[in-house]
Structures are given as C-alpha cells and as structure tokens.
Ligand binder design. Structure first.
Ligand SMILES: Cc1ncc(COP(=O)(O)O)c(C=O)c1O
Length: 455
C-alpha cells in the first residue's frame, strides 16, 4: 500500500483522480481561450509561493486552486491551437491514460527482472513501430534478432548513446591493430561528422563524448551529398585523423532537408564509419507509404532514431531508437554489479535495457505506445500524419499568397521561424499575429528565412 498523506487514502484518490481527469478535460476544451504565451516576467513565481515546504499537510483543493492561481499564468500552452513555436509535441488521450497507468504501476524497468512486462512490451512495441515504417529486418529484435529497438528520452540521448558506442567500437578496433596506442592517443584523433544543418544535439554529443565534430557543408538544397562527405574524409585521413561516426539527418531543424542516405551510406560502410540517422521530427511521416521513400538508404545505417513524442500522438517522452547490432551497445556500456544481476541475464532470452542507455532507471513508457497504436490503429495514425501535412501545404500556399501581397514585410512573419516542425507553424502564420510572440528564429546558410531574407 502506498504511504498516504493524511488527506488522501484510496477512497479519496478515486474521487480526486476523477476530478483531475475532469480538470484536464476542461483544460483541453477551454485551451483556445487561454493566452498561448504567458505575459509573466522572470521571477514571477517565487513571490507567489512560500519560501519552504509546509510543515502540515494541505488539502487537494488548496493545491488545485494554486495550480490555476500560480502555475497556469506561467504556462506556455504547447497544445493550444495558437501555439506555433519550436515543434509540435504529441499529445493524445490514450497516451495520457497510459501515462497514468505507468505512474500507477511505478516500476523501474532497468532489467528484465526489474519488471518483465516493462522490458518485453518495449521490445515488441519497437518491433511494431519498426514494421510500421518498414525498417529493414536487421533492426528488429524478433525472437532471435541481433538488433532491436529501445525507448530513449530524447533524440539527443540517442545520438549521444550511438556516438559513444561507435567511439568504443573504434577505439577497440584501432587498439587491436595498434596495441602501442593508448586510448587517449586514439581519442585525440577521432572525428565525427554531421551536416552543417544538423541539430545542435549532435555537436553536443561530441562535446560530451570528448571527440571532434566536423560540419559537412550542405548543398544549395541544404542536403549533405556523398561527394561532400568523401572530400572531408579524404582530407581528414590525410591529416592522420580517424573518422568514426556520421550522423545523417532526415528532416533538418532549419528547413526539413534530407541528407542523401543512398550516397552517404555506402561510403560510411566502406570506410568503417558508424552511420546514425537522426529523424527526430520527420520520422513519424515514414508510417505513410507515400513518404517512406525518404527513408531509403536506412539499410546502410547502424542506428536510426525518431521521436514519436513529436508527431505520433505519444506524449513526451518517447524517442524510438533502433540498432542493427545490440552487442554494439552492450559491449560499450555493460557493467554488472552484483545487486543488479538476475538469473536470466545470460540466457540469451532477455534484454536488460540498462545497457542500452545512460541512466539506470527507466519508466514504463511502452504502455503509451501500446495504447496509442491500438486505439488509433496504423490507419488512424497515417490519417493523422496526412492531415498535418495537408495543413502544411495549405499553409505554404497561404504564405506564398501573402508574400505576393507583401505580407512578408510584417516583422512578425519575417522573424517567424520556418523550421521543420515550423513548416506547420508556417501554415498557421496568420494566427500568429493574433496571439503574440510564440516564435523562434532560424537561419539557413546565414539567411533568416526560406526566401533568403536576412533580418
Ligand atoms: C532533427 C532534430 N534532431 C534532434 C532534435 C532534438 O530532439 P530532442 O529534444 O528529442 O533531443 C530535434 C529537436 O527538435 C530535431 O529537430
């Protein structure tokens, strides 16, 4: 039984739980009436709450009252129909309900034994999702595959984890051929690559991983071509560096460009470079057969990642990552203290996801996928993706018309980012004017919007 505050036993929890669901349902029903971007000033909250935690228990009513009084005035409403900043973040009622269940079960599934259902559902859900986007069989766990999927918290973590795994693999490989080299010698020569349009999380992975990251110049379509990668590899090898990792982007943050996997993949394979694909935002679209061709070339990759929490109706956090060889992760990250061991771990029948990620603990996040996939069905999810892309194209049309009319002279519209996810934002630019600033700046090859205007 859970330890309960004076004011909440299971009877009270049933009552308050229903009230909370009502509160959230009301929130969604009334969301369009809330101001999307709060007009509070920095430091607004501290004067509204006591300096320290209360000594005596307070009632649920009092806490909920303060949610409206203190919290809501400072919330940026990401799910408001007037929110067009950053990127869309997914939300659906099935995922919300699954999250309640996940919190209720409250297990920490770091190993199979720590909660078998938590591990096994995740493996199966990643196979379901992999099949939805038609990933090559090698990325699926199946019953005895060498690959498989895992839920990371974010695309940034996926890039970091794969970069670190690639780093370890390369160091061991170089050391086996050159035993005189120390790990530090090799580390100082390692170099990873990504497009000059790649998300900053790739550079950050290099910072955390202690390796150089170089930008590969993209072409006039903001795409990395095989020839550009080849040129840099040639120069770096000649300078004695050791190329080991390339992060391709499908759906770049500034403008949703797609690197040329079919050119880049064979080069990486030939040069023994780990190719990771970051499709954080755009990846959800691959569930529609008409967009799947954009993923062609994934067969050359070692790892692939996208965020169902961005566009596939699974609430944050849920970043799906697949590897062709699970041993690349376990070889890099496996540590086995006695207190985490269990009797099935060497059976070959189970996955211990703690070896696939940075933290030890992990939530039961696959419940969200299971609820969403079952309650929408693949067809429902495809329909949802198509609806969003339809709005994008409609919005693009409206914007082009606006441009003809000179609307782009409006500073709000000009400063308004036209990034990957913001392609959708862009579609709704008129609403932007009505609701105040909810935008972020973006640049491509030094220009600040997609017509090449600098501001
Ligand atoms: C292409 C790309 N990669 C990575 C990220 C970072 O995502 P996350 O917040 O999951 O780390 C984003 C975020 O918007 C993105 O668009």
């Amino acid at each position: 039984m859970l330890p309960t505050p004076v004011s909440m036993d299971t009877t009270e929890f049933r009552k308050r739980g229903k009230e909370m669901v009502d509160y959230i349902a009301d929130y969604f029903e009334q969301l369009d009436k809330r101001q999307v971007y709060p007009d509070v000033e920095p430091g607004y909250l501290r004067p509204l709450i006591p300096d320290s935690a209360p000594q005596e228990p307070e009632s649920f009513e009092d806490v909920l009252k303060d949610v409206e009084r203190i919290i809501m005035p400072g919330v940026t409403h990401w799910h408001s129909p007037y929110f067009f900043a950053y990127f869309p973040t997914a939300s659906s009622f099935p995922a919300l309900l699954a999250d309640i269940l996940s919190g209720g079960i409250g297990c920490i599934g770091f190993s199979w034994a720590a909660s078998p259902a938590c591990t096994e559902l995740e493996t199966v859900m990643l196979d379901w999702l992999g099949k939805m986007i038609n990933l090559p069989e090698e990325f699926l766990a199946g019953k005895d595959g060498e690959g498989g999927g895992v839920i990371q918290g974010s695309a940034s973590e996926a890039t970091l984890v794969t970069l670190l795994a690639a780093r370890t693999k390369t160091i061991r490989c170089v050391q086996s051929e050159n035993p005189e080299l120390t790990e530090a010698d090799i580390m100082s020569k390692l170099v990873a690559y990504a497009s000059d349009q790649a998300h900053s999380s790739v550079e950050r992975a290099g910072l955390i991983g202690g390796v150089k990251i170089k930008n590969i110049p993209s072409d006039d379509k903001f795409t990395v071509r095989g020839s550009a990668l080849k040129k840099v590899l040639h120069e770096d090898r000649a300078a004695g560096l050791i190329p080991f990792f390339f992060c391709a982007t499908l759906g770049t943050t500034p403008c949703c460009s797609f690197d040329r996997l079919l050119e880049l993949g064979p080069i990486c394979n030939k040069e023994n470079i780990w190719m990771h694909i970051d499709a954080a935002y755009a990846g959800s679209a691959f569930i529609c057969p008409e967009f799947r061709h954009l993923l062609n070339g994934v067969e050359f990759a070692d790892s692939f990642n996208f965020n169902p929490h961005k566009w596939l109706l699974v609430n944050f956090d849920c970043s799906a990552m697949w590897v062709k060889k699970r041993s690349d992760l376990t070889n890099a990250f496996k540590l086995d203290p006695l207190y985490l061991q269990h009797c099935h771990q060497e059976s070959g029948l189970v996955t211990d996801y703690r070896h696939w990620q940075i933290p030890l603990g992990r939530r039961f996040r696959s419940l969200k996928m299971w609820f969403v996939f079952r309650m929408y069905g693949v067809k429902g999810l495809q329909e949802y993706i198509r609806k969003v892309t339809f709005f994008y194209f409609m919005g693009k049309f409206v914007l082009e018309m606006g441009r003809e009319e000179g609307l782009n002279k409006n500073p709000h519209l000009c400063a308004f980012c036209i990034c990957t996810p913001a392609c959708i934002n862009k579609a709704c630019c008129t609403a932007q004017f009505m609701q105040g600033p909810a935008f972020h700046p973006m640049s491509y090859h030094g220009s600040y919007d997609h017509w090449g205007h600098s501001h």
